[in-house]
Design a protein around this ligand. Structure first.
Ligand SMILES: [Zn+2]
Length: 203
């Protein structure tokens, strides 16, 4: 296992989490304010054992993120459109999967193109860690039930505080939820990584 690493967008300082090498996460891009750098070409390098194996360019535009990368010596340029939704903490952007048009937070590179988990067949069941990931889904769903909210596997945030629940109690569930959701995402990424490792032609 050489592992993947990557440089930060554009300027190469700092480290990027492993998962970014296999997927693009719109939540992360929003958090880092990357989507507001409109018209700028940002690059993210993918390295294996310290060697650069691929590089992806992204240009944030008004309605989409333009991706450009080389795959098996072929230049691929593809727009990923946004979809916006109103949330309790402001407007949020989502990716629209180029294949099924569903809104999603994460798009994965498999073969030549980026697509959502479902379109790439990266479902939980194909993960070797499916037993573990199911455990996290179950735990998270239980908390959602207590909070009278719907489970959304796209986010690490729990539903809002239900009326009548003490803030202290809610804070406890909130912290627990985020902790579990992060573990769930790590499990999923590990599963996706295992699948991608089995197809060495990907990179
Ligand atoms: Zn899709």
């Amino acid at each position: 296992m050489g592992g993947y690493g990557s440089g930060l967008y554009g300027d190469g300082k700092g480290k990027t989490p492993v998962e970014r090498c296999l997927s693009i996460d719109i939540r992360q891009l929003q958090k880092e304010n990357v989507l507001n750098l409109k018209g700028k070409l940002l690059t993210c390098d993918w390295t294996k054992s310290g060697e650069k194996v691929a590089s992806i360019g992204m240009i944030p535009k008004e309605s989409h993120l333009l991706l450009t990368y080389l795959m098996n010596k072929e230049r691929i340029t593809t727009p990923i459109y946004y979809e916006e939704s109103e949330t309790g903490y402001g407007e949020r952007k989502w990716f629209t999967c180029p294949y099924c048009s569903k809104k999603c937070a994460l798009l994965y590179l498999k073969g030549k193109y980026f697509a959502c988990r479902k379109c790439h067949g990266l479902n939980y069941k194909s993960s070797q860690l499916s037993g573990d990931i199911d455990y996290y889904h179950d735990q998270l769903m239980k908390i959602c039930k207590i909070l009278n909210g719907e489970y959304n596997p796209m986010t690490v945030f729990p539903p809002y505080k239900p009326k009548g629940m003490h803030h202290k109690t809610y804070a406890k569930y909130y912290a627990k939820y985020i902790q579990l959701a992060e573990k769930r995402d790590q499990m999923f990424i590990a599963g996706a990584q295992a699948i991608l490792d089995r197809s060495p032609k990907t990179l």
